[in-house]
Design a protein around this ligand. Sequence first.
Ligand SMILES: NC(=O)c1ccc[n+]([C@@H]2O[C@H](COP(=O)([O-])OP(=O)(O)OC[C@H]3O[C@@H](n4cnc5c(N)ncnc54)[C@H](OP(=O)(O)O)[C@@H]3O)[C@@H](O)[C@H]2O)c1
Length: 283
Amino acid sequence: MEKTIRLSNGIEMPQLGYGVYQVTPEECERCVGDALSVGYRMIDTAQAYANEEGVGAAVKKSGIERKNLFLVSKIWLSNYGYERAKAAIDESLRRLDTDYIDLMLLHQPFCDYYGAYRALQDAYKEGKLRAIGVSNFLPGRFIDLASNVEVPPMVNQVETHVFNQQWKAQEYMKEFGTAIMSWGPLAEGRNGFFTNPVLEAIGKAHGKSVAQVALRYMLERDIILIPKSTHIERMKENMDIFDFALTDDEREQIKALDTGKSLFFDHNDAETTKMFMGWRGLV
Ligand SMILES: NC(=O)c1ccc[n+]([C@@H]2O[C@H](COP(=O)([O-])OP(=O)(O)OC[C@H]3O[C@@H](n4cnc5c(N)ncnc54)[C@H](OP(=O)(O)O)[C@@H]3O)[C@@H](O)[C@H]2O)c1
């Protein structure tokens, strides 16, 4: 659990954390409390998940010193543009009940993200945010943004799992010193993930589960991971990936599972843009 990734501004971010997408506001405090109790120290939430308050409450209850935790949140589209994003950062700080957020991301690459990014930069300089970045910025839009801002994103959180491995995107990110963070590291179970025969066979050889093999593969690629589960046993299982290593042959077998395509939606597709325009008012 101690393994960290050094971000481009020198701060250390735990490489493995816990994500709370689709965790209801009611359940969030219990889930984050469980995650902290089994050893997670990095929590990934977002304004759009409507559960930042639950994260803040669980952190307070845990008694863990704030400096030993790493909190990540994301600004939603309805809060883009400079002024709105500036206010939305303060609202997240209030909901999380904290003086600073360790990493704040722009959740989606649509609407006035340049204005919102300038608000991130200013809040970073003021010390409200320890690191800043983006999410779902596929290479084209990522390169555009990273080339035209004062502080390039320290992290880009994109869909990354064995079926969509993001090798090329990771290379582009490296050019700007940006670390890659996976969302959906277990593919949310899609595409027969949990019964995939390649992952099952490799797991058998190491006495590990499909989830552990897939997470280990990405851990070895320096990808930041935030698997989600509402079950404490699975939270523990997803953390237990530091005591084995894949062989070259196993890595090649997993590499061959890459389809290079999203299992959810392609952010380069016009229909996806239309869908997000409909979701602008979500928060
Ligand atoms: N930036 C973005 O746009 C974006 C989008 C999606 C997600 N995210 C972030 O990424 C995090 C992770 O992604 P995700 O939640 O979409 O999906 P995920 O972590 O790939 O998969 C979660 C699913 O897998 C199940 N699961 C977890 N561990 C398991 C295990 N060991 N064995 C069997 N089943 C297991 C969970 O079920 P149970 O909960 O029932 O155990 C849940 O249904 C999110 O929580 C969120 O923080 C970000």
